[in-house]
Design a protein around this ligand. Structure first.
Ligand code: SF4
Length: 422
């Protein structure tokens, strides 16, 4: 049974999307999923029957290339095309994920306030009501089972599943590494340590807890519980995020243990999407402390690994203003080390974050260019620099102009870090 037509709905219980993540300038679906098309909308579902995407069609929708996506934390995200060329220059993707809870106003109006998005959520309510009265007896069992799964995933159930996810890992992931854009932010989170080293004054995502490792048994229990929670849809994941804010400081033994356990227990070798990826955050100190053995072992994992380091600034005055307890000398050492690791290990990319804010000292941006331009003699494709906007970025035009100039001068790829939680 491929699909069927019932009361104006075109229902396809099983569709195959792409089997690897690609950068492409039109909306794309990955893995195996289900779909219901009504007159004006296409609703996508994961293999558990949970709503995953809503895309409008024709009049009454904002843009044929834009869609709404729900994540495992039960947040809806609006994927805006943002003008495809412009979007790619700013984010490295052909879309700009805009969150309902975050004022990512750089890329335009808050889509969640638009009547079109409100209408899409109304259409989703209507679809559920319609499915509730459809008589599934006598239908081909694949269709009936699928409708049944969708009906069971009520809004309350979706919310409780998100709460369960947060209970398993010990709280919401307040921010995902920017590199998770490579897998459209679809990662399974596993917490291997809590807290962070610095508790910087400027930071809005910190827990305030001191750094603490999780026990191996805790990590294994989390992975088993996550496998049960993600259930049938676990096959549509190929990536793991090792949390929280400084998993690199956990050291080689625990990182390797958690990465390999995740790979085996979650069955990532059988994922519908090829090319497993591992994401984690690190800090200046965890990077500087990391010996060759750490990176040798990460490089041999069955993943391509992305480590994101918060450097924030290489300017002493800015570091003092943002209350980051680091010296500019240490930041420069960390930058040199990440460049060396990127060149040495084929399966590791270390990226770096720097802050952007209208209130930061004038010496801030030049201090970053001193590292990312003056000290490099040619362009390097590995070692992405993310500019992380603070609350006050000043005028949008000034930001765009400065970003464009910075990007032109920098000898590394440069994108904007958009906060995504899970
Ligand atoms: S920037 Fe990183 S190290 Fe500093 S408080 Fe935030 S999470 Fe912790």
């Amino acid at each position: 049974m491929q699909s069927c037509q019932i009361e104006g709905l075109h229902i396809t219980p099983r569709k195959k999307g792409a089997d690897k993540y690609i950068k492409i300038s039109y909306p794309f679906r990955y893995g195996v999923y289900s779909e219901i098309k009504s007159k004006s909308y296409t609703f996508g579902f994961n293999l558990n029957g949970e709503i995953k995407t809503i895309q409008g069609r024709g009049e009454g929708w904002l843009d044929a290339a834009e869609w709404l996506k729900r994540n495992a934390g039960n947040d809806w995200i609006y994927f805006s095309a943002g003008g495809y060329t412009g979007a790619y220059d700013f984010t490295g993707e052909y879309y700009v994920p805009c969150l309902s809870y975050n004022s990512n106003g750089i890329f335009g109006p808050d889509r969640f306030k638009s009547p079109e998005v409100a209408a899409a959520f109304d259409a989703w309510d209507e679809l559920r009501s319609q499915l509730n009265i459809i008589n599934i007896s006598g239908m081909p069992h694949q269709i009936g089972d699928f409708i049944d799964r969708v009906k069971k995933m009520t809004p309350e159930k979706l919310e409780s599943r998100a709460s369960l996810l947060h209970d398993i890992i010990g709280g919401q992931v307040s921010v995902l590494p920017p590199d998770t854009r490579h897998v459209e932010y679809d990662v399974i989170p596993v917490t291997i340590s809590d807290g962070c080293l610095y508790n910087c004054g400027f930071c809005r995502v910190k827990t305030g807890k001191r750094f603490k490792l999780r026990e191996r048994s805790n990590i294994t229990n989390q992975i088993h519980a996550l496998k049960k929670l993600y259930h049938k849809d676990v096959v549509n994941y190929n990536s793991v995020f090792l949390g929280q804010h400084d998993a690199l400081f956990a050291g080689a033994e625990l990182i390797e243990f958690a990465a390999r356990q995740s790979y085996e227990i979650l069955g990532l070798d059988k994922s519908t999407i090829k090319g497993p990826k591992l994401f984690l955050f690190g800090s200046v100190d965890s990077l500087l402390r990391g010996e060759d053995d750490l990176f040798e072992r990460i490089n041999k994992l069955p993943y391509e690994t992305f480590i994101n380091i918060g450097l924030e600034s290489a300017d002493p005055e800015t570091l003092a203003v943002i209350q980051k307890p680091l010296t500019s000398k240490k930041v420069a050492q960390a930058f040199n080390k990440l460049m060396a690791i990127n060149q040495r290990y084929a399966r590791i990319e270390i990226s770096a974050n720097f802050l952007y804010g209208a209130d930061l000292p004038e010496t801030h941006l030049p201090s970053i260019l001193e590292l990312t331009r003056n000290r490099l003699d040619h362009f390097h494709s590995k070692g992405t620099i993310y500019l992380s906007p603070l609350e006050n970025i000043g005028s949008k035009q000034a930001f765009v102009d400065q970003f464009t100039e910075f990007k032109t001068l920098c000898r590394l790829p440069v994108y904007i870090y958009l906060i995504q939680r899970l």
